[in-house]
Write a protein that binds this ligand. Sequence first.
Ligand code: PCA
Length: 208
Amino acid sequence: MQLLMTGFEPFGGSDVNPSALLAAHLAREQWPGMSVAFRLLPVVTGSESGSARAVLADAIADLRPEVVVCFGESARATHITFERVAVNLRDGPVDNAGVRCTDLPVEEGGPTAHFVTLPVRRMADACEGEGVPAALSMSAGTFLCNEVLYALLSGAAIGRWGFVRAAGFIHVPQLPEQARARGGPSMPLDHVVRGVRASVFSLVPPLG
Ligand code: PCA
């Protein structure tokens, strides 16, 4: 099974993004029965060259993964947060290219929402089984994580990426060092890695 993991570059004045550290770390590990690749996504909205969506689309075309798991940071998250849905709305803070979207769709004329196709409950249970708090979420927000998830699910749904059998998004809490600088909840990276590793491992044996 070919699995693609993505994380985002730092944004919002931080010099680190735990989602990239996590995904890069996991992609370096040995995964029996799986081939795992990592790509870093820019925090850039839109679909033009250099955007998160364009980098993700290139990676998917290149690797032809059966499973895609994207990771992002949420400064509000207290748990490893398994997103269940993406909505057709871009309304967020300024991205790393200085662009802010207000009241824009991800895809003009696209459906209101797409459901994630990863077995999120099984994955969250596996995370909890490692003693790492997990939660299912009904909103990935309206910034770039939601945008990337919407585009990913849309591409898989319309058969652009017919080989993608399951795709989804996991938000992870900020790191303790980030929380010390700006407040809010946090989780040490080794806990995040342990919980998410178990979640991803629960995808083997293969998806039903
Ligand atoms: N989190 C942001 C975008 C990049 C990231 O790691 C979000 O939740 O949309």
